[in-house]
Design a binder for this molecule. Structure first.
Ligand code: HEM
Length: 512
């Protein structure tokens, strides 16, 4: 009887210890996931497989419907890393601006090596040095001004080409390739400090664009690395080949620049004013402080590619969207033309960069383009430097944080009739003629096509200058009309950036 009692006690204690252990285990392992933002209960692998089959467009729709169901901050499980998606401008402001330092990191590279390009570098000293070099040496206003004659040359070339191809406005012209080439040429000039032959620029442009597109096709790689290496074997092979081509084309230009700098030094810097400072020159001079060394040629190549691509695709895509809207809505084009005429009078020359400051409606047109057609719908994936709570949920250090910026500029609660193209919304007392609008989102986020906080696009002022200068001159010198019976189809195509599915064709006639 006594033995039975002890056995009973022993079993009870064992069961309660076991239950306690199970309880501890469950609560311990579940605790973080309970605090993660809500999301669908897909098993990680199934979740991945389903999402792999979706186009980027579908993926965006899926995310929108998940946000409608689960709220403004949600979690999807991709392999071992939770991916958090934010589509609310207030939460984005809390993260990117109010807690900017914590949210400024990027997910680590697949091979764990430190990245020597600004976009993917971890939030540390290398990123700081590279970014400061770009902003202080290349993108500060007096330096940008020093390239104004290159902008004039590129614009003249584009205008001549449009005149020839449009045959006095009788012949429809597809403009996107010309826009892209123009933007690329500007960046090539800033990057290498020389006017290269057109053929060479075209070769580099083709390789860089193909590289960027191939990378964006395998972008799932950051989500499920091992499997995608196998699934996208062919694409990876193509990427390696393109990287070799890019090397063959760009490395000689870097070495040429190095030679020029050495000659300058040996001449005692006397001829320094003869040369236009290029991005490559600043990179050749740069020291990585922690490693106490200069950048290698391969690293400079990577940074040049980043500069050329970052500055070309988004800007030319947006230029096409803006011109498409001016073709579709002739009254907006006319209003813009009249504003430019008010500044230029009878002067038939080009609109100069200083004149742009006198054109509030032009600024409103560009802002409306950025709001209605943000070229990127997501920021690059961010990561946090430590586990942190955002809007009551855990954002873990091993996760990625994705901000859906496209939706923010289309928020019906903030923007009246958000899907219409109405530059007037940026005029008036609130926005002080577009100039007072805070595109950086530092005080409040209304739309952030360039991101916000520490990782905000460093090229945003340059991009806006390029857009203003080209749109003003393209409208001042040409009248843009839809091809007969063409309703200017505004459907989107998601590539690296969101571009027009049916590239803009227009009848372009000289005004003078
Ligand atoms: C309309 C044109 C442009 C748009 C819409 C755009 C948009 C963006 C966006 C959304 C980001 C990501 C920000 C984030 O992850 O938080 C970004 C990053 C970046 N952009 Fe741009 N960009 C444009 C033009 C340019 C130009 C002209 C340059 C260079 C000359 C440039 C260089 C970069 C670089 C280097 C980064 C990485 C910044 C970092 O991680 O610290 N972009 N851009």
């Amino acid at each position: 009887m006594v033995a039975c009692f002890f056995i009973f006690i022993f079993i009870s204690i064992s069961i309660s210890v076991l239950l306690k252990l199970i309880f501890n285990y469950l609560t311990k392992t579940r605790k973080p996931s309970r605090n993660l933002p809500p999301g669908p209960l897909l098993l990680p692998i199934i979740g991945n497989l389903l999402l792999f089959r979706k186009s980027f467009n579908d993926l965006q729709c899926i995310l929108q419907s998940l946000h409608a169901r689960f709220g403004p901050i949600i979690t999807l499980h991709f392999g071992s890393r939770p991916a958090i998606f934010v589509d609310d401008r207030f939460i984005a402001h809390q993260a990117l601006v109010q807690n900017g330092a914590i949210f400024a990191d990027r997910p680590p590279a697949l091979d764990g090596r430190e990245q020597v390009v600004i976009t993917t570098a971890l939030h540390g000293s290398t990123w700081r040095v590279l970014r400061r070099n770009l902003t202080a040496e290349m993108l500060q206003s007096s330096r940008v001004k020093s390239y104004s004659y290159a902008r004039k040359l590129v614009l003249e070339r584009l205008s001549k080409l449009l005149k020839v191809q449009s045959k006095s406005g009788d012949h429809p012209v597809q403009v996107m390739e010309h826009f892209r080439f123009s933007m690329f040429s500007l960046l090539v000039f800033m990057c290498f400090g020389d006017k290269l032959e057109e053929k060479k620029i075209k070769e580099i442009a083709d390789v860089e664009r193909n590289l960027m597109l191939s990378f964006s096709q395998v972008s799932m790689i950051s989500i499920w690395p091992r499997a995608t290496k196998i699934l996208f074997r062919k694409q990876w092979k193509k990427i390696f080949e393109l990287q070799e081509k890019s090397k063959d084309l760009i490395v000689p230009l870097i070495l040429e620049r190095k030679k020029v700098m050495e000659e300058k030094l040996s001449a005692g810097g006397n001829q320094i004013n003869k040369y236009v400072l290029s991005y490559v020159d600043t990179l050749l001079d740069l020291q990585l402080p922690e490693e106490n060394r200069n950048l290698s040629v391969e690293e400079i190549l990577g940074l040049c590619s980043e500069f050329l691509n970052g500055g070309t695709d988004n800007t030319s895509t947006l230029l096409e969207w803006i011109m498409a809207n001016l073709v579709k809505y002739p009254h907006i084009q006319e209003k813009l033309f009249m504003e430019i005429k008010g500044v230029m009078g009878d002067d038939e020359e080009m609109v100069k960069e200083d004149d742009l400051q006198k054109m509030p409606y032009l600024k409103a047109v560009i802002l409306e383009g950025l709001r209605r057609h943000p070229p990127l719908r997501f920021l690059m994936p961010h990561a946090v430097t430590e586990d942190v709570v955002l809007n009551g949920y855990l954002v873990p250090k091993n996760g990625t944080v994705n901000f859906m910026i496209g939706d923010m500029g289309w928020d019906q609660k903030l923007w009246e009739d958000p899907m219409s193209f109405k530059p007037e919304r940026f005029l008036g007392t609130d926005n002080k003629d577009g100039e007072g609008f805070d595109i950086t989102g530092s005080k409040e986020i209304k739309m952030i096509p360039f991101g916000a906080g520490r990782r905000i696009c460093p090229g945003y002022a340059l991009a806006i200058l390029h857009l203003e200068y080209f749109v003003a001159n393209l409208v001042w010198h040409f009248e843009w009309k839809a091809v007969d019976g063409d309703n200017v189809n505004m459907e989107e195509k998601h590539e690296f950036s969101v571009r027009m599915k049916y590239p803009l064709q227009a009848l372009i006639s000289s005004r003078f």
